[in-house]
Design a protein around this ligand. Structure first.
Ligand SMILES: NC(=O)C1=CN([C@@H]2O[C@H](COP(=O)(O)OP(=O)(O)OC[C@H]3O[C@@H](n4cnc5c(N)ncnc54)[C@H](OP(=O)(O)O)[C@@H]3O)[C@@H](O)[C@H]2O)C=CC1
Ligand SMILES: CC(=O)N[C@@H](CCC(=O)OP(=O)(O)O)C(=O)O
Length: 344
């Protein structure tokens, strides 16, 4: 059994790791940590875990010591020192935050304000989006698990970008997220009466996920990709819908695009390419690690409109982190993640 420890287990991403790892057949939760709830049972914080996980929150050192793999579900900027500790102790480290996602320190400083504390450590980090970088993840110890928008948007458009079927300029990623994406800490505007029955964009064309999405798409394309990214806050608990617009290159037919998507995703269990005429819906992926993708042709403007839906807490966070753990430890990638989304 893999001993899996969670730092930041009381946050939404950490608690989702607990939910999924509790029924993982090849892993057991070895320890969990919290600062605010140290010494308290997780099931006192989240009563739905009663009798299923009554573990007591410890400190970070206990998690490192007792685990083969440490998942960090902490706010940005808190993972670098912890990663160093884990890697030098020979453990695997999967970071759900953004500390290791951007390869350029300059970009990291621009968008997050910090610096790379140990450049060598950053060189060891692999970006954990298995559908694109599986071969690089195998056998590695330090994984930068992508964020939710940064999983969903590239999965929507990747086959068209990787095959040079759409322009790499002027791509629009128009995304809508459920409120769990903002974490457990209440913030002004996320309070139910202020949020419910409303719907708005935020951080328009200046969200820190912009360079991360561009980094992934540029790797797939081999060219510098520029995007306009606009996130919106949806008054639902879970789910992200990314609607991505791109100009179809001259001479390319929609049939070629569909064939490229079919080929690209034919062996990807977690990506469900929908038939023509169907639209990806966050309802159909809830609690699961699936990403549903639908593609559409705007014939008048000759644009590709690609939609992708994920559960931000699963494929956008904890599920993908476990998918990465499975790859690192040589397990079938699907282990513990074959979850049927509820029909209603
Ligand atoms: N929510 C989502 O949809 C997604 C989140 N992520 C990323 O996962 C990470 C966690 O996010 P999320 O769970 O939503 O956030 P939460 O705010 O819900 O949880 C954060 C966790 O970190 C702990 N924490 C806060 N400050 C400190 C500190 N100074 N030192 C140690 N621990 C601290 C908190 O609790 P405690 O005080 O109990 O220790 C809590 O357990 C973030 O980096 C986020 O960007 C990634 C993808 C999707
Ligand atoms: C709704 C909402 O607030 N979402 C978060 C993104 C959460 C996430 O996946 O991102 P990171 O792991 O990169 O923080 C935001 O816009 O900042």
């Amino acid at each position: 059994m893999i001993k899996a420890g969670i730092v930041g287990a009381t946050g939404y991403a950490g608690a989702e790791l607990v939910r999924l790892l509790t029924s993982h057949p090849e892993a057991e939760i070895s320890a969990i940590s919290s600062v605010s709830f140290e010494g308290q049972k997780l099931s006192d914080v989240y009563p739905s875990y009663t009798f299923l996980n009554d573990m007591v929150c410890e400190d970070q050192d206990a998690v490192v010591e007792k685990s083969d793999v440490i998942f960090a579900a902490l706010p940005h900027g808190l993972s670098q020192e912890l990663a160093e500790k884990c890697i030098s102790a020979g453990k695997a480290f999967i970071d759900l935050g953004a500390d290791f996602r951007l390869e350029s320190e300059e970009e990291y400083t621009e968008w997050y304000g910090g610096t790379f504390l140990d450049k060598k450590l950053h060189e060891q980090a692999v970006y954990g989006l298995p559908e694109f970088f599986r071969d690089k993840i195998k056998g590695k110890k330090l994984i930068a698990n992508p964020g939710c928008y940064t999983t969903c948007s590239p999965l929507a458009i990747a086959p068209a970008i990787a095959n040079g079927l759409v322009s790499t300029k002027g791509i629009i990623c128009d995304c809508k997220s459920g409120v769990t994406g903002a974490g457990r800490k209440p913030t002004q505007g996320n309070h139910f009466p202020e949020l419910n029955e409303g719907f708005h964009a935020y951080k328009v064309a200046c969200h820190r996920h912009t360079p991360e999405i561009e980094q992934t798409l540029s790797k797939l394309s081999g060219e510098d990709v520029t995007i306009t990214f606009v996130p919106h806050l949806l008054p639902v608990n879970r789910g992200i819908l990314a609607t991505v617009y791109a100009d179809i290159n001259e001479g390319v037919t929609f049939e070629q695009i569909r064939k490229a998507y079919e080929d690209f995703y034919k062996d990807e269990f977690f990506v469900r390419l929908l038939d023509d005429g169907k639209c990806a819906d966050i309802h159909n992926v809830r609690y699961s690690n699936f990403c549903d993708v639908s593609i559409h042709h705007d014939k008048r403007a000759n644009k590709l409109v690609a939609c992708a839906a994920i559960d931000n807490m699963v494929k956008g966070a904890a599920g993908q982190a476990i998918q990465n753990m499975n790859i690192i430890f040589g397990l079938d990638e699907k282990t513990g993640l074959v979850i049927v989304p509820p029909a209603f």
